[in-house]
Design a protein around this ligand. Structure first.
Ligand SMILES: [Zn+2]
Length: 105
């Protein structure tokens, strides 16, 4: 294949690659990563460690993609949105407060 590798990837594959990079950065290991249609949210994280991302997140700007992915993955370490969660978000996604305004679809 001559064209760039990136062009061959499906939206789900591209999103999962970003998730892989973030699991290393955040030192977390989701039990499973799902990419599917979601109507009201861009992502979710279950208490059993399943991270779900909206398939159309792939069409959003990459900084917003990273924000949603980091947010959901950090829930594997902190289940709420308390002070520790916010501090970790600030460490990894310094402009998260701005991006948070677009978090609901
Ligand atoms: Zn959350």
């Amino acid at each position: 294949m001559k064209w760039p590798m990136e062009a061959c990837l499906t939206p789900a594959m591209r999103l999962k690659r970003r998730v892989d990079a973030w699991t290393v950065r955040l030192r977390v290991m989701p039990r499973h990563v799902r990419v599917q249609r979601m109507t009201r949210k861009w992502g979710s994280c279950s208490t059993s460690g399943i991270v779900t991302l909206a398939i159309d997140l792939d069409e959003q700007p990459v900084d917003f993609q990273d924000f949603v992915i980091a947010h959901e993955l950090l829930h594997l370490r902190v289940p709420n949105h308390g002070r520790l969660f916010k501090a970790l978000m600030t460490t990894h996604v310094p402009n998260w407060r701005q991006l948070d305004l677009q978090r609901r679809k």
